[in-house]
Design a protein. Structure first.
Length: 106
């Protein structure tokens, strides 16, 4: 160890690693997304008026509303079922623990 001088850790400066590949790949992805959005907005064959006309149709709006209702109902039942299974799993009753374990894993 001759020729080496001990260095105090406080004197060292920590320099982060530069990730040039991440920046380059992010730039490429953003460029591709920009080209796609530009193509969608300025393509005359896309016919945005038809899209707006169809999205405001009563049957479409009713379908969206029904989808949102079913989503809320599913979330409520799923949350309630999950809480019930968790309580069964924490129970002292071995039958409830086994049923909740079986349902969870199969």
């Amino acid at each position: 160890m001759s020729g080496q001088h001990p260095v105090d850790d406080a004197e060292l400066s920590i320099v982060g690693h530069r990730h040039y590949g991440r920046w380059l790949s992010a730039l490429v992805v953003l460029l591709i997304v920009g080209v796609i959005i530009n193509s969608m907005l300025h393509n005359p064959r896309f016919e945005w008026s038809v899209v707006a006309e169809n999205l405001t149709e009563a049957s479409i709006l009713n379908g969206v509303l029904m989808t949102l209702k079913l989503t809320v109902i599913s979330v409520v039942f799923g949350f309630a079922g999950g809480v019930l299974l968790a309580l069964m799993r924490l129970s002292a009753n071995p039958v409830l623990v086994a049923v909740s374990w079986f349902y969870t894993w199969f």
